[in-house]
Design a protein around this ligand. Structure first.
Ligand SMILES: [Zn+2]
Length: 407
């Protein structure tokens, strides 16, 4: 990655880099901790000058549509979105470890198995006191939740239409899926529920007035479900779609969960917490930086891949007794820059150990050290971040060496 524009001076002091020995105590992940310690982010998760510079560079890289693939990140993706799995992530996705199917949990498809078919039994009204939840109802009647029908009531925004939704009692509605069929909606008010003839907590689609009935596609395949009686304290046993009511819309309306079977390959699905790296043409560079830090680090700091590192080279000098190593490193800094190599120049008069630690934390791919001993032989020390050994390189060969390492 070459320098992009000349907005920032690349000297350590001008970038006001501040590294930290200790992890911030609010660190939720190792990657975040290292980004703070290496001076890319503040503890409050705000990018510093160095962070801003790195984010701009990622933005620049993203002009290449395949850029995320070049960063060696363990992403999960579908045609439209790229996710990075991380425990602290706020987006839940469904992922199939076998075929790699990946989708936001609220939109994921899965195999929906109907219960074994049985004869339709006659409707029967039963007293069910204080059974206004599926849980309480199933306990009271000693039946599994999948033998109940769960009612959800909404009002469509565009025309105030009352919407009555039925899903099997063991399943969770996906409001995102519902929205794809009916448009935007809000919860129905108590008044709207009453006007339709339903009773909150004891509602069923049977005998409603002016309601748009929408059912999950498992409902027409489910026999003898217990459903509300539209009368507080009562339920109906053995409600059957077709015989007792029907719907204007039958569709997949429920959310997948861990262990459900993949729609593509039939294997069990996982639920994974993630952050979004890209959605459509929009990239999230803050999340990408976090994903890079989570993926590419060791005990000493970041080990960013060459394409994503803010600088190709971390250049430093060890203050000398006889020679002005600072002036010599300034010369090297200028010559590397004119060769199109981006350099972070640690121009402080700090001890070598402090600078080495910072170089490891910040994680540029190559460190170059200008010291008195080497200079006497016309050499500088070159060390790739990911390799233990360092070696001496003649000053006139540095550019060539760096180019071959960064290929
Ligand atoms: Zn699969």
């Amino acid at each position: 990655m070459g320098p992009i524009g000349s907005v920032l001076n690349m000297k350590y002091r001008d970038l006001q880099i501040e590294t930290q020995r200790q992890s911030p105590n609010n660190a939720r992940t190792e990657g975040f901790s290292l980004l703070v310690r290496a001076g890319y982010l503040t503890r409050e998760n705000v990018p510093t000058k160095l962070g801003e510079y790195t984010l701009r560079q990622l933005n620049h890289l993203s002009k290449d549509p395949s850029f995320l693939l070049t960063l060696s990140l363990p992403t999960m993706e579908n045609e439209n979105e790229t996710f990075f799995p991380i425990q602290s992530g706020s987006t839940e996705i469904i992922h199939c470890p076998s075929c790699k199917y990946t989708e936001r949990i609220e939109l994921a498809r899965f195999v929906k198995a109907a219960l074994p078919s049985e004869e339709g039994l006659p409707l029967e009204k039963v007293l069910t006191p204080e059974c206004n939840t599926i849980e309480a109802l199933a306990n009271f009647l000693r039946i599994p939740k999948e033998k109940t029908a769960k009612a959800l009531m909404y009002t469509r925004i565009s025309d105030n239409k009352f919407i009555f939704v039925v899903v099997r009692g063991d399943m969770q509605i996906s409001e995102e899926k519902l929205k794809q069929h009916i448009g935007d909606f809000r919860p129905a008010t108590a008044e709207e529920i009453e006007r339709s003839g339903a009773a909150a907590g004891y509602a069923s689609p049977i005998g409603l007035k002016d309601a748009l009935i929408v059912v999950d596609d498992l409902i027409p395949q489910s026999r003898n479900l217990v459903s509300g009686a539209n009368e507080t304290g009562f339920h109906l046993k053995n409600t059957n779609y077709w015989r007792d009511y029907s719907a204007e819309i039958v569709a997949d309306l429920v959310q997948a969960k861990a262990g459900d079977n993949c729609f593509n390959c039939g294997n069990p699905l996982s639920v994974v917490s993630a952050i979004i790296l890209a959605s459509g043409k929009e990239s999230n560079f803050e999340n990408t930086l976090l994903a890079l830090a989570e993926t590419h680090h060791d005990a000493k700091g970041l080990t960013l891949p060459h394409r994503a590192a803010p600088f190709d080279v971390f250049l430093m000098h060890i203050p000398g007794k006889e020679m002005d190593t600072g002036a010599k490193s300034e010369e090297i800094y200028n010559s590397l820059q004119s060769a199109g190599i981006s350099v972070l120049f640690d121009d402080r008069d700090e001890r070598a150990g402090v600078k080495f630690n910072d170089a490891d934390l910040i994680g540029c791919p190559i460190r170059i050290t200008v010291g008195e001993k080497g200079l006497k032989e016309g050499m500088v020390e070159l060390k790739p971040r990911n390799i233990q050994d360092n070696r001496l390189v003649p000053i006139e060969k540095i550019v060539e060496e760096i180019r071959s390492l960064l290929k």
